[in-house]
Ligand binder design. Structure first.
Ligand code: GDP
Length: 439
């Protein structure tokens, strides 16, 4: 890592300010060639202090008035010397400053290269580096809170603790293998570690909701009041409401943040047998959406004569909330939540019921505790748990300790992938390819 890299760190588009970052051994010298100060030079500027100056081209012509700050390594994000140039927002200024920095000797940074350097220089472990991605990609406050906890080290600490416990088991197995006669060896116990690891794996359910959103699909017969309910839940007129059955042909999805819970709400075509080909296609798509949903709102028209509850038999009971609509016209004739899209009656209660079905994802996010959000972490933890299970089974059935040790070591290795303590060749590629330039 001897070269100096530069990139625009802020999102493209018009804004007040854009930031260009430079990092590497020549960062200050390179930036000094581009940023002129009214007095003195950037190379001799006090670090961690903003200085007002001008970004200039090779000929000394002014491009933009900027603020520049020098951060000397190791007290910087990458632990290298860094300079941030704060120029004016918009497409031109940051691009021109970056071009000048490259002309002055910096190389355009690869995606995620700043964070990669921070990881390689020991500033962050891999789980913390990925938390940056979580912060940037968070869709709702819940995701933000989990990512912030992960950046602060909540997940890393838990994984290290479990890995430390497994290392102790591995060590006592190694002693038992090496000195079978000399030492009185208690067979190690994995039960406590297994329970804790399983609890960590279980957080992946909430983590998945935090990452992807909790998908709620509204299903029911044509004209049951699904689109009206969809709009009432969103608090906006998004779906078309008519008195004609079969008007919603495709499904409509909206992402919302309900008290920190990211929800994707989907309105679907009414489920009924139909010979009309376009409607039939809509019904097929509706069934697919229902199959993929975390939670289904099974909508029954309370004003129906009699109410058609057949829909509830078509939906999986474990994933379905029964919702009676149009209860301003008639009271529900069966169990379930009563709502009226017209008056708004029951809508807040329905939202609360939906949140309650999200497996405590928001509570998990608010706790600041460890939570497996990324697929990569979920996969590694699940594989580690499987290896611990095999080791436990081996101990119970009196398998040779050499064989048990293999499984314990595999669990140690696999858990190490979360924090980056075990580095497979492709691991860094896999992680940092998800970043964009400037992070
Ligand atoms: P969808 O086909 O299931 O999406 O049903 P819509 O939302 O399009 O509603 C069908 C009809 O029922 C429309 O004429 C709506 O105005 C009416 N409707 C929907 N919800 C309510 C409600 O809560 N109260 C009353 N009184 N009418 C409703």
């Amino acid at each position: 890592m001897t070269d100096t890299i530069a990139a625009v760190a802020t999102a493209p588009g018009v804004g007040g300010i854009a930031i260009v970052r430079v990092s590497g051994p020549q960062a200050v010298e390179v930036a000094d060639r581009v940023v002129g100060l009214p007095k003195g030079r950037l190379t001799r500027a006090a670090p961690w202090r903003l200085r007002l100056g001008w970004a200039e081209d090779e000929g000394g012509c002014r491009l933009d008035q900027v603020l520049a700050v020098v951060m000397r390594g190791p007290r910087s994000y990458t632990r290298e010397d860094m300079v941030e140039v704060h120029c004016h927002g918009g497409a031109a200024a940051a691009g021109a400053v970056l071009a000048q920095l490259v002309a002055a000797g910096a190389r355009p940074a690869e995606p995620g290269e700043f964070t990669r350097r921070a990881f390689l220089n020991g500033r962050l472990d891999l789980a913390q580096a990925e938390a940056i991605l979580g912060l940037v990609n968070a869709r709702a406050e819940g995701g933000l809170r989990v990512a912030a906890g992960q950046l602060a080290g909540a997940l890393s600490a838990e994984v290290r603790r479990l890995r430390g416990g497994l290392l102790q088991v591995a060590a006592s197995l190694a002693v038992a293998i090496d000195f079978p006669e000399d030492v009185e060896v208690e067979p190690p116990t994995l039960a406590a570690i297994r329970t804790e690891l399983a609890a960590l794996v279980e957080t992946g359910r909430a983590g998945q909701i935090i990452r992807q959103g909790f998908s709620v699909v509204i299903a029911g017969r044509p004209n049951a009041g699904k689109s009206s309910l969809f709009n009432a839940l969103l608090g906006a007129d998004r779906a078309i409401v008519t008195e004609h059955a079969g008007t919603t042909r495709d499904f409509i999805t909206e992402a919302v943040d309900w008290d920190g819970l990211p929800v994707t709400l989907t309105d679907t075509a009414g489920l009924r047998e139909t010979a009309e080909p376009v409607e039939a296609l809509g019904v097929k798509r509706a069934r697919q959406a229902v199959d993929a949903a975390d939670l289904i709102l099974g909508v029954v028209d309370a004003a129906g004569d009699p109410p058609d509850t057949g829909i509830l038999q078509e939906l999986e009971p474990e994933r379905t909330l029964s919702v009676w609509t149009k209860t301003d016209l008639r009271a529900p004739a069966g169990p379930g939540l009563a709502v009226s899209a017209l008056t708004g009656e029951g809508i807040p209660e329905l939202r609360r019921a939906i949140a309650a079905h999200s497996g405590g994802a928001v509570a998990m996010a608010g706790s600041g505790g460890p939570c497996l959000v990324s697929l990569r972490h979920q996969g590694a933890a699940a594989r580690a748990l499987a290896a611990v299970d095999r080791a436990e089974g081996g101990l119970r059935s009196g398998l040779p300790w050499e064989l048990v040790a293999l499984d314990v070591n595999e669990a140690v290795e696999t858990l190490g992938e979360v924090t980056g303590e075990s580095l497979r060749d492709d691991l860094l590629e896999q992680v940092f390819s998800q970043f964009c330039v400037g992070k």
